[in-house]
Design a protein around this ligand. Sequence first.
Ligand code: GAR
Length: 210
Amino acid sequence: RKRVAILISGRGSNMAALIAAAKEADFPAEIVGVISDKADAAGLLVAEAAGIPIRVVPRSDYSGKEAHDQAIDATLHAFGTEIVCLAGYMRLLTDAFVAEWQGRMINIHPALLPLFRGLDTHRKALAAGVRIHGCTVHFVTAEMDGGPIIAQAAVPVLPDDDADTLAVRVLKAEHRLYPRALKLVAEGKARMVSGATVFDPSTPVVSEMA
Ligand code: GAR
């Protein structure tokens, strides 16, 4: 089983979905640690209750972004990490850190990339008037929310939606999608090669439509 660490900044519901999936005997990865840049991240309590080792690495303890990311990197190595999952980690990572974990670090983004990068994705989707929205798991590269796509899930945008109701629908899809995408990566069935995702030919594509 691949050794997976999860980086969070807040609620940690995607983290919880990964922890739950990894409890299954046949899941190809185990969660060896959770790291937060925020001491008050609610997800830390959830991880602790699940018996997962937690570490807080606050930005304010370090002189700059590089030193902060180096401390996170050291913590990942101390966990014996093989794969990093970003799950609501709300800080941009330095190029050196991204390069170090290239092909071994994945992120979940609450939109159908390449649409709606960055923050406030549900508001952006409503403003754009799209009738289908969703979430994406992708390999992390130096370009924010720009790395090669591993899996996506789509949900409808309903006439009465506001950003909150849409967020709830997308979040449910995120919780199903992220474990499926991690499984592909942990099994080596989705790999990043020259900036693109290469899938094992026998692997069914993970595209979920609500
Ligand atoms: C999730 O919707 C995730 O996709 C999003 O933040 C939320 C975290 O919720 N991530 C980003 O916006 C990354 N820029 P969670 O802490 O309950 O998983």
